[in-house]
Design a protein around this ligand. Structure first.
Ligand code: GPU
Length: 839
């Protein structure tokens, strides 16, 4: 790999070095060349998918040139790199993003037009890269965009799943899962068959002494699986910096074992080994905020951590620096606890392989890692059974016990009076079987721990990590409120609005400094600006209405109030509260005189989101929404006054159509359960108001946009525990309006009542854990306020403009600057100037 061309021949290389297209003519050259040679097609057999492929390949060429230059430049800059370890990267489509970041979308539009294609249709050909479940994976994708845009030398490390999150089909109102085989054509990835790592599982431990009497530990005789690197370029916006996303794919190692089997006629056994190895990176686990403790998931985690760390250490060792320099060259961010095995793995490398002493290795580890927590929900906190870890990763279990021993001795010395403390903070839970608490391991092995919104970061300090604040001091714990990339979520998803903003702010600088949006407040009273702003919202609603017609066959009036809740289906996110509210509205409309019904504010309630395949309650909620949709939309009395839509297969590319089209969106989790939420930010940035609880980033959104510009309701997080207690000891207090909703469901208004009994009973008979009954009344009242407020279109418009102007804080660029300064201690690398001859 390390060969380079001798000096005398380099001139020839420079002369012939790959050139970037700059004009639409050159772009067309590249597209046609790719279609005719790479794809072996011609003008006689090229459809939109072929034109997409040609366009993607033309842009890929451009990205690759910048990517190579960036990597060379970052290596010679010799600065600290950031490694973002995430099991999920919910990237969505890459072509539009590449065109915008490279700054060549107009050139491409003209070129495509001349070749006989419409840009929008071409963009639409691409399949989403959906290697994630929801917010956690999308956050990772926004962070990659910001890291490149801000010129930070940073790599993402993840798994190359053959199947991303499943495609959702709705059949008779029920969710069905269809596999997402997304790799049929993926021009954005580069297999690196020369970049491989052998990863070991199972095996045995041998202790031995060397000649000098030093003790060693060897992990041997395990099963080996090979990790192959697949790289994808991540272009920054308005910069040539193009970072790398490295995803690992598993395959059987070609050791002698396979050959022996093969040659001795055990063909099937050898094939079975191959398949077993490939299974590791085959599929993304489709659970959001839930830990199921499956062995294959643990295998995925270790496979990915081991390959990534080997790669990082290999890169560091090339520099020939001392080990003490490792934390000055490497910052590793753990995206939730999924990559926590990287902590014992780095210790294993440093101690068992490189021969460092424990104390030195431990100090390097702590300085290298930092950990982001994304939830306080107990069912999401990862725990692995000790026997499982013992069997799969025997050496790592020993190391974890060693970490725990050192840690507990420290705690005992410092808190001699608090005897219970030791069992509370032990990495090992003394249950049957014993369990490894991954969040505690992540906290102990990191120098910083952050939550993802202020309330959430406060909550982790007073609940799940309370003892650790006492032990490590409060400075270890910090907050970085989440953000979103304005490139995808405004410029790309809502180009007309971006254009309007640019026309007032004197260009697109605001896409690199979102706080500049505040200047829009100067235009809240500008008549022309208001008109255009309103027209854009209407056009976006019209676009969504067309999509709803095409995808779901439901006709909605774009003049209605569009009320949207799109996110994973979860009891804590409370889509059930929303649909009960919709039923309540329907019942009220039914009771009105036709004249009154005419006066009511027409509304379209739009839902979207996937349920984990094994999450029955979530699937029941989807079913209820679809049944309500069926009844309401076909009720001749109701007409446009109310429509209910469940949008199939919500994903990133659909979000780009949905998000710009809301009047109201719903972020209504039980207070204290939603760590941050990020779609709340996307909707507001696109001029939609929100109805929400005092939870997650809703609180900071309120602080930024002002209390008058948001519709808050419901109980506060500090009261949740007492309310749950009250449910248990004194029963529920069900508002008559909610009781009516339950009665009608039980009477079969929405089909077989038995289908929905578990959902209704979870509230009426099983403690109403998510406080639906406590918040229903204020929810419905707040929806009434929204109807009233919407009738005053001028005031509503003023609010929507004002909130956009005040969203500057929520750029993921701001997040990355905070991580860089407070957690990673890293600096950007100035991108290289463009060479004149394209070399
Ligand atoms: N989140 Br834990 C996920 O999307 N998946 C998970 O497994 C876990 C958390 C989300 C939080 O629910 C959401 O509030 C937050 O905005 C997002 O992570 C990014 O931090």
């Amino acid at each position: 790999v390390e060969a380079s061309v001798p000096e005398p021949q380099r001139e020839a290389w420079r002369k012939h070095s790959a050139r970037e297209f700059n004009t639409s003519d050159q772009f067309e050259d590249a597209v046609v060349r790719h279609i005719e040679t790479t794809l072996a097609r011609s003008l006689y057999n090229v459809d939109e998918s072929g034109a997409y492929a040609g366009t993607a390949l033309a842009f890929r060429d451009r990205l690759v040139i910048e990517w190579n230059r960036t990597q060379q430049n970052q290596t010679s800059a010799d600065q600290k790199r950031v490694y973002y370890l995430s099991l999920e990267f919910l990237m969505g489509r890459a072509l539009d993003n590449a065109m915008l970041n490279v700054g060549m979308k107009d050139v491409a539009r003209k070129g495509l037009d001349e070749l006989g294609f419409r840009m929008e249709d071409i963009i639409d050909q691409e399949r989403d890269a959906a290697l994630g479940n929801g917010g956690l994976g999308r956050l990772a994708a926004c962070f990659l965009d910001s890291l490149a845009t801000l010129n930070y030398p940073a790599w993402g490390y993840g798994l190359r799943y053959r199947y991303g999150i499943f495609r959702q089909e709705i059949v008779n109102g029920y969710q069905m899962e269809v596999p997402d085989y997304w790799l049929e054509f993926n021009p954005w990835e580069f297999p690196r068959h020369d970049v491989t790592v052998d990863v070991q599982f199972y095996g045995t431990i041998r202790k031995y002494m060397d000649d000098s009497g030093k003790q060693h530990t060897a992990w041997e005789n395990g099963e080996i699986v090979t990790a192959v690197a697949y790289d994808a370029p991540i272009p920054g916006y308005g910069t040539t910096t193009t970072n790398n996303l490295r995803l690992w794919s598993s395959k059987a190692s070609h050791g002698e074992f396979d050959f022996t089997k093969f040659n001795s006629g055990e063909y099937e056994a050898s094939v079975a080994d191959t398949q077993r190895a490939e299974t590791i990176s085959a599929v993304l686990y489709p659970n959001d905020s839930l830990d199921r403790g499956k062995e294959l998931r643990l295998k995925q985690q270790y496979f990915w951590c081991a390959a990534s760390l080997f790669d990082i250490v290999r890169r560091f060792k090339k520099s020939k620096k001392a080990w003490s320099d490792f934390p000055n060259q490497v910052a590793i961010q753990l995206n939730d606890t999924h990559p926590t095995l990287a902590i014992p793995e780095l210790l294993r490398i440093l101690i068992d392989i490189e021969g460092l002493e424990w104390d030195e290795a431990w100090s390097i580890v702590q300085k290298t890692f930092s950990y982001t927590n994304h939830t306080v929900l107990p069912e999401a906190l990862e725990k692995w059974s000790v026997p499982l870890v013992q069997n799969l990763l025997p050496r790592h279990l020993q190391i974890i016990y060693d970490i725990n021993l050192q840690f507990l001795q420290f705690v005992e010395r410092n808190f001699p009076k608090d005897r219970d403390m030791l069992s509370r903070v032990s990495i090992i839970e003394e249950s049957q079987p014993k369990m490894v608490r991954m969040a505690y391991l992540a906290v102990i092995g990191s120098h910083k721990v952050n939550g993802v919104a202020e309330l959430h970061s406060d909550l982790i300090k007073t609940t799940i990590f309370k003892d650790f604040v006492k032990i490590h001091g409060p400075d270890k714990f910090t907050n970085v409120t989440n953000g979103i990339t304005p490139r995808r979520w405004l410029h790309q998803a809502n180009f007309r609005l971006s254009e309007l903003i640019a026309s007032k702010l004197g260009g697109y600088d605001y896409l690199n400094d979102l706080t500049l949006l505040h200047k829009l407040e100067n235009y809240v009273d500008d008549k022309d600006f208001r008109k255009e702003f309103q027209d854009i919202k209407y056009a976006n609603k019209l676009r969504l209405a067309r999509y709803i017609k095409e995808a779901q066959g439901i006709t909605v009036n774009p003049a209605s109030l569009f009320d949207i809740q799109v996110k994973r289906i979860h009891e804590y996110k409370r889509q059930q509260l929303n649909i009960f509210g919709v039923i309540h509205r329907y019942l009220e409309l039914k009771e009105m005189s036709p004249a009154d019904r005419k006066k009511a504010q027409p509304r379209v309630s739009i839902f979207g989101g996937k349920a984990a395949p094994g999450y029955w309650m979530a699937k029941t909620i989807i079913h209820l929404i679809n049944q309500v949709s069926e009844v309401v939309n076909n009720d001749k009395d109701i007409g446009d006054a109310l429509k209910v839509v469940f949008l199939e297969d919500y994903n990133v590319s659909k979000a780009e159509i949905i998000v710009p089209a809301s009047d109201i969106s719903e972020h209504i989790s039980t207070a204290g359960t939603e760590a941050s939420g990020t779609s709340n930010m996307k909707f507001v940035l696109n001029g939609g108001l929100i109805i929400g609880t005092c939870d997650g980033a809703n609180i900071e959104i309120t602080r930024e946009v002002g209390e008058d510009n948001i519709f808050l309701f419901g109980n506060l997080s500090e009261d949740v525990e007492d309310l749950r207690h009250a449910h248990y000891y004194s029963g529920l207090n069900i508002d008559p309006s909610l009781q009516r909703v339950f009665d009608e469901i039980r009477n079969g208004m929405f089909g077989d009542a038995g289908q929905f009994s578990s959902l209704v009973n979870s509230i009426t008979d099983h403690g109403d854990y998510y406080l639906v009954s406590d918040d229903f009344k204020s929810y419905v009242e707040t929806q009434k306020l929204i109807d009233e407020a919407y009738k005053n279109q001028e005031e509503w418009l003023t609010k929507t403009i004002t909130v956009v102007a005040r969203m500057g804080f929520f750029s993921s660029d701001r997040c990355i600057e905070e991580y860089a300064q407070e957690i990673w201690n890293t600096e950007p690398v100035v991108p290289p100037a463009k060479p004149q001859n394209g070399a």
